[in-house]
Write a protein that binds this ligand. Structure first.
Ligand SMILES: C=CC1=C(C)c2cc3[nH]c(cc4nc(cc5[nH]c(cc1n2)c(C)c5CCC(=O)O)C(CCC(=O)O)=C4C)c(C)c3C=C
Ligand SMILES: [Fe+2]
Length: 402
């Protein structure tokens, strides 16, 4: 089945596919074309990992794993198997020999729930947590990047260890939740005996965009979120604020990035009883347009002096943070109720940066007096070093284990 997408295997039609099949060389392009224009397949190989500047997909399945083996060789083998599986799944192909057609007496290589589904712009992004470098038998202590420092405790944090940390993180993003879940499930299955899932989070409704020309999405407080984000095409800003460089203290991370995730509970019932004027003053932008306080349009320049001193945007703005900037890529979540009649809902905050010590940490410290803190609580946390992209024949983290 390798080299052939799931849609083609099942003989699904569609004008693009039919034309592509007839045209031979045109097949790959036809398979890659999404119905509404954007490509359905995001290339897996490249200088940087996909899923960082990639236009944000609709769904998330984030998983943090702990390493359960003491064998470095076994971990490397799993990372090699994961890389091959990730390359296949992001191209819309099943893992290994596929879900069907193999020996009837053995479990299939692929679990099967994505059969017939297109690649759905699936991206898989891997990161290594600080705890991985502390596992003595793996011999990685000297390779820990200085930028992969443990996050400090912030005022108001109520972090649940069962929803924090992890030796290895995988961010799966796709436009179809089944495709994202299938990807994480199959990596977990391949990793059996080497890694075990520590915690995971599903997300829907992106709350940030890396594509300023597209409509800005809204978060669960009803506000446009991502307006002032770093665009995925702003090369100079990305080099300055997102991509790690060879001289940053860990040459194996050059072209990679550091990921900070925070599970932030949003007390939406309290927010919903707050007046519109108060909501807008807390954020520092208006709800309808997303315009900064005192301005008319979403993209108008922020005038910090027009906002309350404790407005979220004023405190988070680079102007008050020594120019610190991060690339936000978060998703909303709702995970049932908390037993007190309130939805367990919020923002799964995701930010990529060149160095969390000069990105997330100072910004989050500045947010201490944020009025928004009355309506939110950080309950989960993680920081991970995401290595650069892999070339054909390479594997995730090969620079680290070299
Ligand atoms: C430490 C980083 C940040 C956390 C944590 C955070 C949580 C959080 N944010 C919103 C809603 C909005 N944030 C907005 C802007 C904004 N937020 C951060 C950082 C964190 N937010 C930054 C750097 C910025 C951009 C500031 C600027 O440069 O102007 C906005 C406005 C629209 C936008 O620019 O994105 C909203 C709305 C919530 C609800 C939340 C926690 C649940
Ligand atoms: Fe924010």
């Amino acid at each position: 089945m390798t080299g052939v997408s799931r849609r083609r295997v099942l003989g699904l039609s569609g004008a693009g596919l039919a034309a592509g099949a007839a045209a031979g060389a045109g097949v790959q392009r036809a398979v890659s074309a999404g119905r509404d224009g954007p490509p359905a397949e995001i290339p897996f190989h490249g200088a940087h990992q996909a899923g960082i500047v990639t236009p944000v997909q609709d769904r998330l399945h984030f998983a943090a794993f702990d390493v359960v083996t003491e064998s470095r060789a076994r971990l490397v083998r799993t990372l090699q198997e994961w890389t091959a599986a990730a390359a296949a799944m992001t191209a819309g192909r099943p893992v290994g020999g596929g879900a069907v057609g193999g020996p009837p007496v053995a479990p299939p290589d692929d679990t099967g729930e994505a059969l017939g589904l297109p690649a759905s712009r699936l991206t898989l992004t891997i990161g290594f947590g600080p705890s991985l470098f502390g596992r003595r038998h793996l011999g990685l202590a000297a390779r820990r990047p200085p930028a992969l420092a443990d996050l400090p405790r912030f005022p108001g944090d109520r972090l649940d260890p069962a929803r924090s940390g992890g030796d290895i993180a995988v961010q799966a993003c796709a436009d179809d939740p089944q495709v994202a879940v299938h990807a994480v499930r199959n990596l977990a299955r391949l990793g059996f005996g080497t890694v075990a899932v520590r915690w995971s989070q599903l997300g829907f409704g992106k709350t940030s965009s890396t594509t300023p020309q597209a409509q800005t999405p809204r978060n669960l407080f009803g506000f446009k979120d991502g307006t002032a984000n770093i665009p995925g095409t702003a090369t100079a800003l990305l080099d300055r604020h997102v991509w790690a460089a060879a001289g940053d203290g860990a040459p194996w991370m050059a072209g990679g990035s550091y990921l900070v995730v925070r599970r932030i509970r949003m007390h939406i019932e309290t927010w919903d009883r707050t007046s519109l004027q108060e909501q807008e003053e807390i954020i520092g932008r208006d709800k309808a347009e997303g315009a900064p306080a005192g301005r008319a349009r979403e993209r108008d320049e922020v005038v910090l002096g027009r906002m309350r001193p404790d407005a979220h945007v004023r405190l988070a703005h680079p102007g008050g943070n020594g120019g610190a900037r991060i690339l936000r890529r978060g998703f909303s979540f709702t995970d049932g109720t908390d037993g007190l009649g309130r939805l367990d809902a919020g923002l799964f905050f995701i930010a990529f940066q060149r160095d969390p010590r000069t990105g997330f940490v100072p910004i989050q410290r500045s947010l201490a007096p944020d009025r928004l803190n009355e309506y939110i609580q950080h309950v989960g946390s993680g920081v991970y070093a995401c290595p650069p992209g892999v070339g054909p024949g390479g594997y995730w983290g090969e620079g680290l284990f070299a």
